[in-house]
Design a protein around this ligand. Sequence first.
Ligand code: 5GP
Ligand code: MG
Length: 182
Amino acid sequence: MPRLSVVIVPRNQIRRRVGELAAEITEAFGNRGLTIVGVLDGALVFLADLIRRLPMRLELLTVGVRSYRGRDGTAGEIEFRHRLRTDLAGQHVLIVDDILDTGATLSAALEETMSHEPASCRTCVLLRKKRGRGGSSLAGAVDFVGFDIPDVFVVGYGLDFDGRYRNLPDIVALQQVGGQPR
Ligand code: 5GP
Ligand code: MG
């Protein structure tokens, strides 16, 4: 049975950093309208907090992505549970996801978004995992990053394990006897 171990990012730090990210995004986009593409389900809580700190006119779209991974934690298949249904021509897009690990999910969301030919597309993740070998080539290319965290499996603030823990207000490491859950 996995169990919760240490708090990696407490709620007050999340709150402060979400405000800073909103300020960075506002400075980058100015008064241009913004189209946000949220990657569900994990980014749900982050999205809800972030958009309420953004002052510009914005439209909110979502894609539903599920990622499967190999036993060793390497990237596996990406499955879209729902795709973008709108034409993005002329729009400035910001993709928002919860966490960047191998980068497979964000790559798939980027590819899906770019296929709708937006005027521009940037990316934002709340968490970026520090991986050793097999690190993501996207890691250095994300435009807005909330926190760099160690390579541990985390839950809370929207992130789940087997459908649980999304409702925790803090981001907490989950420890499993016999290794990390993936
Ligand atoms: P990537 O595709 O970059 O390997 O991983 C990104 C996706 O895998 C995230 O959107 C998230 O759904 C899931 N993921 C990666 N690392 C973690 C983690 O530490 N905890 C949880 N709950 N999900 C993770
Ligand atoms: Mg996700």
